[in-house]
Design a protein around this ligand. Structure first.
Ligand code: KIV
Ligand code: ZN
Length: 516
């Protein structure tokens, strides 16, 4: 059998994933995710878009400082300022990449860039030459490639490879591609461009028509050797191709696919959980690989088949991708060392003894209320326990909720606002409504509640409730998360978390929206 080619796995959870409305992450949260991606042996981590904001720059730089085994990449438009900022941000990396892009479709060039094709080509070439002054590892993306003209793509790709681009990415930016057509585009470009052997061709697909993974795999069948993807398929609008689906399709259908990846699949489920708890984007139960039902067999016929011979209905093993590793690990009598080591196994480390102490205290409080502590509980705890860059303008003190049949529930909270305790109270149509109204009576944020969701983190009525609150204010959308065994307390924490993010939100550039 012919040796398989290596497929480069380029994860963009921290960049394109963060472009999901409300999915913004703090620097420390990005570091935690990046550490899990490194453990999973992701080849390239796109850590952010350095020019977008000071926060993005610092996140890319911090990830570049901490991660040793994966290449760290920053996105940059094909302009001087962006490329210099990206170059600066990736400087500390063992291996750093600049990913620069410009739109090449007629519709983007005419209306967004307002540039003629020759000017776009010239700007792309200058961008690559400049980026090469910072690193040898330069990637070029033809934004909206799936709607670009073939001959123009041939010209621009040949020129940027001559200028030093080592990876050529053909994004299906608007999720318009169809698998056979998108795959053939790769084959035709690779066959027609004289220097195509000097670069790796890469796919980057959006899921607007639900085809992101199918399109990516088709590109791989036709010559792509890098896939850009995100954990849980997070990303702009309907999201990007899901890393876990790409990797498991390649592994499960190795009879068909001519490539292999370096990914350690046992970290897939824990990483999915981490991304979900940090972003507040729950994973739908029927989501492939990482959804709660992905390996659950309900029908009697299926259960019977599985008991007789597992492969009758299962094409992958749940435990291989990290399911069922969340056995009961800790309880009320567990010591600090055991708790610390379990946190570390989940990719969660503490910068100081104080941070560990705070997490341990929270763990003990939880263990008093809930005698079985699972990995998911620890992950939920840590978002509260770790010190992070977010300034907590609003903090929750005591709260009292009164619910009586036939009466509107009443909420009374002590909020700490900028260090001062303030009484907040209101009634509402339910206890959560009363709590949010009480908070708003003090804060007066003017924000609109766009989403409220509660999930039980583990089984049982003593489970932690994991609440997500999405708020919108003047075009900024943020997700706040909170966890507690009491779901009203979790709701208040999530609401205040969202308000704290909102009050800190800085204007960011947006890679596709902001023209050059
Ligand atoms: O979807 C897209 O076109 C992108 C590029 C910036 C690579 O995310
Ligand atoms: Zn994208």
């Amino acid at each position: 059998m012919a040796a398989k080619d290596k497929l480069v796995i380029f994860d963009t959870t921290l960049r394109d994933g963060e472009q999901s409305p409300g999915a913004s992450m703090t620097r420390d949260e990005k570091i935690r995710i990046a550490k899990m991606l490194e453990k999973m042996r992701v080849d390239v981590i796109e850590a952010g878009f350095a020019i977008a904001s000071q926060g993005d720059f610092e996140s890319v730089r911090a990830v570049a400082e901490v991660i040793k085994d994966s290449t760290i990449c920053s996105l940059a438009r094909a302009v001087k300022g962006d490329i210099e900022r990206a170059g600066e941000a990736i400087k500390p990396a063992n291996s750093g990449r600049i990913h620069t892009f410009i739109a090449t479709s007629p519709i983007h060039m005419k209306y967004k860039l307002q540039m003629e094709p020759p000017k776009v080509l010239e700007q792309a070439v200058s961008a690559i030459k400049l980026a090469r002054q910072f690193t040898d590892d330069v990637e070029f993306s033809l934004e909206d490639a799936s709607r670009s003209e073939f001959d123009f793509m041939c010209r621009i790709i040949e020129s940027v490879i001559n200028a030093g681009a080592r990876t050529i990415n053909l994004p299906d930016t608007v999720g318009y591609g169809e698998p056979s057509e998108y795959g053939l585009l790769f084959r035709r470009l690779i066959e027609n461009i004289p220097n195509s052997d000097k670069a790796i061709f890469s796919t980057h697909c959006h899921n607007d028509l639900g085809l992101a993974v199918a399109n990516s795999l088709s590109a791989v069948m036709h010559g792509a050797r890098q896939v850009e993807c995100t954990i849980n398929g997070l990303g702009e609008r309907a999201g990007n191709a899901a890393l876990e689906e790409i990797v498991m399709a390649i592994k499960t259908r190795k009879d068909l696919l001519p490539v292999e990846t370096n990914i350690d699949i046992s970290h897939i489920v824990p990483t999915s959980r981490l991304v979900s708890s940090i972003t507040g984007f729950p994973v739908q139960p029927n989501k492939a690989i990482v959804g709660a039902n992905a390996f659950a067999h309900e029908s009697g016929i299926h259960q019977d088949g599985i008991l007789k011979h597992r492969e009758t209905y299962e094409i992958m093993r749940a435990e291989d991708v990290g399911w069922n590793t969340n056995k009961l690990v800790l309880g009320k009598h567990s010591g600090r060392a055991a708790v610390k080591s379990r946190f570390e196994a989940l990719g969660i480390t503490f910068d100081s003894a104080d941070a560990l102490n705070a997490a341990f205290t929270k763990f003990k409080d939880l263990a008093d209320k809930k005698h079985e502590i699972f990995d998911e509980d620890l992950q939920a705890l840590v978002s509260d326990a770790q010190p992070h860059a977010l300034v907590e303008t609003y903090q929750l003190g005591d709260m009292e909720i009164i619910c009586k049949t036939g009466q509107n529930p009443a909420a009374k909270l002590i909020l700490n606002v900028n260090g001062k305790d303030v009484l907040a109270q209101a009634t509402g149509s339910g206890p959560v409504d009363a709590t949010f109204k009480a908070i708003e009576n003090v804060v007066n944020s003017g924000a609109h509640l766009q989403l409220y969701s509660v999930n039980a983190i583990t089984e049982g009525t003593d489970s932690l409730g994991d609440v997500t609150v999405r708020l919108e204010h003047e075009g900024h959308i943020v997700n706040g998360v909170g966890a507690d065994t009491d779901i009203i307390t979790a709701s208040a924490k999530a609401y205040l978390h969202a308000l704290n993010i909102l009050s800190e939100k800085v204007a960011k550039h947006h890679p596709q929206r902001d023209g050059i």
